[in-house]
Design a protein around this ligand. Sequence first.
Ligand code: GLU
Length: 511
Amino acid sequence: MNREVRVRFAPSPTGPLHIGGVRTALYNYLFARRNNGKMILRIEDTDSQRFVPGAEDYIIESLKWCGIEIDEGVGVGGPHAPYRQSERREIYLKYAKQLIDAGWAYYAFDTPEELDTLRKEAEAEGKTFAYNFEVREKLPTSLSLSAQEVEERIARGEQWVVRFKIPKDEVVAMDDLIRGHVEVNTSTLDDKVLYKSVDALPTYHLANIVDDHLMEVSHVIRGEEWLPSLPLHYLLYRAFGWDDTRPQFAHLPLLLKPTGGGKLSKRDGDKMGFPVFPLFWQSPTTGETSRGYREDGYLAEAFINMLALLGWNPGTEQEIFSMQELIDAFSLERVSKAGARFQPDKAKWFNAQYFHRMTAEELAPISQSVLRAHGIECSDELAGRAANIMKERVTLTTELWDLISFFFVAPNEYDEKLVKKQWKGENPKMLAEFKELLLSIEDFSKENTESVVKAWIEEKGFSLGQVMNTLRLALVGAGKGPGMFDVTEFIGKEECAKRIDNLIKSVTPLE
Ligand code: GLU
């Protein structure tokens, strides 16, 4: 059977989306596009305790920034709407009851206090308490109580949950597209809660399986942390009689700390000064803020390129990939089993590479937004040209203003050290003369100005360094910037003369 490829990204809105989550979304997207399939965004918000306002919008905005397009789901709609699980709540009870009727699940009435006591008793004996075949018939459940009592308890309004009845001592054989064949004995599993009467909501396991089935998901591509849930999910498909359409699973390797050991966390980012979230985030409850790649000056394309290679490799030396190239090259076979170590410097390297490869036209919108933020109005052409001259030196967008500002604003102060070094001896007089030379040049193009100036320097017996450094002091105010003829051409003859006059007026020559 040739099944349509349908994948889903199913985040829980419990806070900002970690870059590991972005990578999961990206791999789903690449896989969907590669296979002419559909990408679904489902919001798994059934854990009301962990719900964080604003997190869903954050997720959607992050995906948008990254260029990960959603075909069906929250914010887009589609044939299986709604795609937010809290809006599908009435669906799940029916399925929970179906499992109870078929003997695959049961009602449990035990209270948290009772469970706590059992847990403590087990601990006292050096064991860990597990809710499983050993205890489920000794506790107040529909397996130990009469049908009538179960009904009465429910009618009285007692709190209950539905638990899955894990079979005793059976082997669940599973296949994962990344990890291969995996087998687990069911006696190591516990009877997970599927549904809770207290908030009339399913837990992750039930809602996730029911929705993947109803939404006709063909492949589940998700983080490694969900691998331990896979036996339960396999059993759920069997219990529902959905084995034939069970999706294929692929569990992605963890993103590891830069030091190697353990999962990459926000704390690692804080400690080493790099973001672990795509966008800036402020917690609505604590006010705590987290840095984001976007606000830190990364380009979405570079960020995505970097993430794509954390756990997947193309099998070639190629490192720079556009989204389309990633789509064309992507396969789950080339996703590694081993965790991928996050390297903050590599993220910067990718960003710089993207800047270096951009044309003036591509740079224009980025440059424009930086200039506008500093109150500069200019044409796209000029904005792009300025950034294009300096692009080899840019790593992050946040550095751009410092690199191009002198193209648009005359210096209002002068670097002291440079003044001491250059503004002495014959230089002030030389610069005044030099101004006249510039004003006399007809064709002010970089090339022509350069040859006229060089001839003049030779004729006058000055050194090139002496003239250029003094000119730099006047035009830029500091010992930075590109070649001086890039600057003269860009700002034009009149502006050059004005800046030279400014320097002469505002700084007294040092004798
Ligand atoms: N809601 C789960 C999460 O937040 C989804 C896991 C899955 O993809 O099955 O990661």
